[in-house]
Design a protein around this ligand. Structure first.
Ligand code: NAP
Length: 294
């Protein structure tokens, strides 16, 4: 399948490389064209200037852009030239309602749309170890397998259109609670004067451990939060969770408190740091912890 990739950010650039290694990548497009040209030079594939032109050449297109309006803008630009039977695989995290809307709109033109949000971070994208949660028509899911398997290790069909995004929202609620708990625990360990490396090594094998503890507590111990999963992206995801929960008449305390803390971090200029930078706020709960610089 001639497969194109749209959205070469922290996640998409690695996912596109994995498709290239599998011999599937026909071309790339990115809003900031320089990124597309640099990756095309590296992979010796074509960088397209126009989404309409890219849409014409592909049997499948994988998209990984930031948020709902960005996905809609990409689809608007491609829709007029997408051929019947083309498979659109959207790996962005957006609302389930957006996925259902695009599925219906493209479906009317004979184009299959799958919501395929991913989990596993930049590390998972690089090593093709992502968990991919899929919503849409089962026949399209079958056709997408050769592509999804080159980007992820765990690929699960969740149900009709929007179900992949609902599963991803479930994951994002968990991540909020876990990053809060890990940061609070690490701030406590620091205030207790514990050897943080040893704490991470030991508790990382205990019942309270998690991917976030093993992989992000070291960032907290070093007071460095290099871009991995950015605060403002998780805040975007939690607003999606808030809207989806509100449709059930529910308000979720973990979502609300994490959004409040992320708003503080964004105000303080840390919105592009990894979400482990919530440790900045938790560390400050203990007056004896040294102040953290910007
Ligand atoms: P990122 O590094 O910020 O990249 C975002 C990409 O979207 C860039 O290629 C950007 O183009 C493009 N984009 C943004 N607005 C656009 C628009 N209006 N039209 C066209 N392209 C647009 O983000 P990321 O970390 O790769 O995340 C991408 C998606 O994956 C998000 O939905 C995120 O929630 C999800 N996700 C991220 C992680 C993670 O750990 N980072 C994990 C799981 C899922 P430019 O280069 O021009 O800015």
């Amino acid at each position: 399948m001639q497969t194109a990739f749209v959205g070469l950010g922290a996640m998409g650039s690695h996912m596109a490389r994995n498709l290239h290694r599998a011999g599937l990548l026909a071309g790339v497009w990115n809003r900031t064209g320089a990124k597309a040209r640099a990756l095309a030079d590296e992979l010796r594939c074509r960088a397209y200037d126009s989404l309409a032109e890219l849409a014409q050449i592909c049997d499948a297109v994988v998209i990984c852009v930031s948020a709902d309006d960005d996905l809609r803008a990409v689809i608007d630009a491609m829709a007029p030239t997408l051929r019947r039977g083309t498979l659109v695989i959207d790996c962005s995290t957006v609302g389930a309602a957006t996925a259902r809307d695009l599925h219906a709109r493209l479906g009317a033109a004979g184009v299959d749309f799958l919501d395929c949000p991913v989990s596993g971070g930049v590390e998972g994208a690089r090593t093709a170890a992502l968990a991919i949660m899929v919503g849409g028509d089962e026949s399209a899911f079958g056709r997408a397998q050769p592509i999804l398997q080159k980007m992820g290790r765990t690929i699960a069909y969740m149900g009709p259109s929007g179900a992949g995004q609902a599963a991803k929202a479930t994951n994002q609620i968990m991540c909020a609670g876990i990053i809060q708990a890990v940061a609070e625990a690490m701030a406590f360990a620091k205030a207790e004067g514990l050897p943080l490396d040893r704490v991470i090594d030991t508790l990382g094998k205990g019942a309270g451990s998690s991917w976030y503890f093993v992989n992000r507590a070291p960032f907290m111990a070093d007071n460095k939060f290099p871009a991995g999963f950015r605060v403002r992206l998780h805040a975007k995801d939690l607003r999606i969770c808030r809207d989806m929960a509100a449709r059930h008449g529910a308000r979720l305390p973990v979502v609300e408190s994490t959004l409040q803390e992320y708003a503080l971090l964004i105000d303080q200029g840390f919105g592009d740091e990894d979400i482990s930078s919530i440790f900045r706020l938790k560390s400050g709960l203990f007056p004896q912890n040294p102040p953290m610089g910007g």
